[in-house]
Write a protein of this length. Sequence first.
Length: 500
Amino acid sequence: MTKTVHHWIGGKAVEGASGTHGPVTDPATGRATTRVAFADVDEVDAAVAAAREAFATWGTSSLAQRTAILFRFRALLDAHRDEIARLITAEHGKVHEDALGEVARGLEIVDLACGIAVQLKGELSTQVASRVDVAAIRQPLGVVVGITPFNFPAMVPLWMFPLAVACGNTFVLKPSEKDPSAAVRLGELFAEAGLPDGVFNVVHGDKVAVDRLLEHPDVAAVSFVGSTPIARYIHRTATAHGKRVQALGGAKNHMLVLPDADLDAAADAAVSAAYGSAGERCMAISAVVAVGAVGDALVAKIKERAEKITIGPGDDPASEMGPLITAAHRDKVASYVAGAAAQGAEVVLDGTGFTVEGYEDGHWIGISLLDRVSVDSDAYRDEIFGPVLCVLRVDSYDEGLALINASPYGNGTAVFTRDGGAARRFQLEVEAGMVGVNVPIPVPVGYHSFGGWKDSLFGDHHVYGNDGTHFYTRGKVVTTRWPDPADAPAGVDLGFPRNH
């Protein structure tokens, strides 16, 4: 009998009642190993109702109670990181080391949530007028929702719900239906840590579930990570229903390599940033912009390194890159390589047609490297989300900067140079939310916030860090005047001397 991934509602597994299921496939073999229940409107409503009921007590619980549970959750997550990584590899396909790294990055945000008391400290101004004090405090929103992508089935949810719950909210997670098991396992571990029933819930599904969450009157806020078209839809729909929204979209991240750069370091960085996790990450470097005469040498060094990458099943310790998530996505990625030459690119490495012996039905694609790519080509304009690296040639720093800033995306970018002045100019002049200086994937640590500019972010708040705390709370200012106790009514003796 095929294994079924159920919903997690009210602190327990709940079988799907809609009768609709989706397949969960092992990308290395191409075989459907599991099915996942898809929620209908009634099941989404049940999850939101459980969260709303739990908020009545969780929203007023003490910080000590919340953080004690979060510390226990962190210990359990750390103890089970290898198990969660195996679930990720089985359903997403990424190699085990990548999956372990994903869990480690999620743990950073749990660390931040464990220290939420510092983030939630208010402000107090005394004696702003005679006997008048003003205090600013932050309070939870209520029921909040996370809608997360397939490429990081543990990390991206962990970017959201630990902070939301630490702030006093209750949470409904709608993970990707392509790799749902990690999300449910996180719910089980949170319950084992002592989280009250209904504070964290997981519902699976497709557009039916998503749309109901976006319009549900008891949902106060929505966090999303995914493609730009869907991020725009999420933001437009949820805000039309009066919700606070942070919707992180797609990217086309550039790496500007200046003539003075250490080309070996730049090539190492380009290979790891472009082909790590098979390029299925929003912070992947997908466009290298080579300035001046460094292009030929840089491309040669990238090619030399890329050809040595070992591609195979994610559970094989020898594998450095695994398959793509689905056959359809593999075919779409391959189409950009197949059409590149006709649009003027030089195909240095062609990974289409790659397969792994014994796993011929897996969703395989090899490494592709395209040189002298035009800004008008499909391979440059679109977010490919696969192991395809484009190299563009420019004559100067100014031309490279203009090329990067002309992109509709503004997620992350990097510059490789030995010149501090050039790096400083770049970090100030480039139009992107995250900048790396000789760092190819500038993902901030947990206590700084993650997010892009332009079509890479819809909404005002980035995720985690200070922005995450602010997103999951709302401010309130209290102005207070108390009479002097010496002015107490006659007959009430508080032990203070009388003024008159």
